[in-house]
Design a protein around this ligand. Structure first.
Ligand SMILES: [Zn+2]
Length: 191
């Protein structure tokens, strides 16, 4: 389903998708807004009501994007080979899981993903988006740390935040940086 709408005078290309999850998810991208609705009980959700409820958040995200589009030229992609990337990720996974959090080392899988930088399966397999090879090392390390913290909770709740803020009290800044890189990749047709 595809429709046009406007929120506070900003025109959006709003795309509604159904997905295999429990909660509605909103993603704001340059020129489009994706609303993912749990397919199981899709009739329970009122699209306009969801957008209205999260209007302030959407507008804030949109203003970040608008500012970001001006800053994108100062954001550099890192040039490293796939082999170098895998070596780096393996080292970071070991450092983060074992040394920083005292957990067993996670297994890593590499995949080109369309909607996220990484994910953690319920069995503890870490999947990293191969596009992350273009990111600076400190952001790759943050991605690894973020996913490993999901071992404590699948959601971004208090348990998750207790883990992430141990080493990243400024994690919101890093999330914003990742969002900017994603926008840059979308704008340069890399994503
Ligand atoms: Zn997460």
């Amino acid at each position: 389903m595809k429709t046009h709408n406007s929120i506070e005078g900003n025109f959006w290309n709003i795309i509604v998708e159904y997905y295999d999850g429990k909660h509605p998810v909103i993603e704001v991208k340059p020129q489009r807004l994706i609303l993912k609705i749990p397919s199981r009980d899709r009739d329970r959700f009122d699209i306009l009501e969801i957008l209205e409820k999260h209007k302030d958040w959407i507008i804030e995200k949109y203003s970040i994007i608008r500012d970001a589009l001006k800053e994108l030229t100062s954001l550099e992609f890192v040039d490293r080979s796939y082999e170098e990337f895998k070596e780096l990720v393996n080292r970071l996974v070991e450092e983060v899981s074992e040394k920083l959090l005292g957990l067993n080392v996670f297994r890593v899988r590499y995949r080109r993903m369309k909607t996220r930088w990484a994910s953690l399966s319920p069995r503890g397999i870490l999947t990293i988006n191969t596009l992350a090879m273009k990111l600076p090392e400190y952001l790759i390390k943050y991605i690894v740390f973020h996913e490993v913290c999901h071992i404590f909770s699948r959601r971004h709740d208090d348990r998750f935040k207790r883990c992430i803020t141990k080493y990243y009290p400024n994690y919101e800044e890093l999330e914003k940086k990742l969002f900017l890189y994603e926008i840059k990749m979308i704008e340069t047709n890399t994503w």
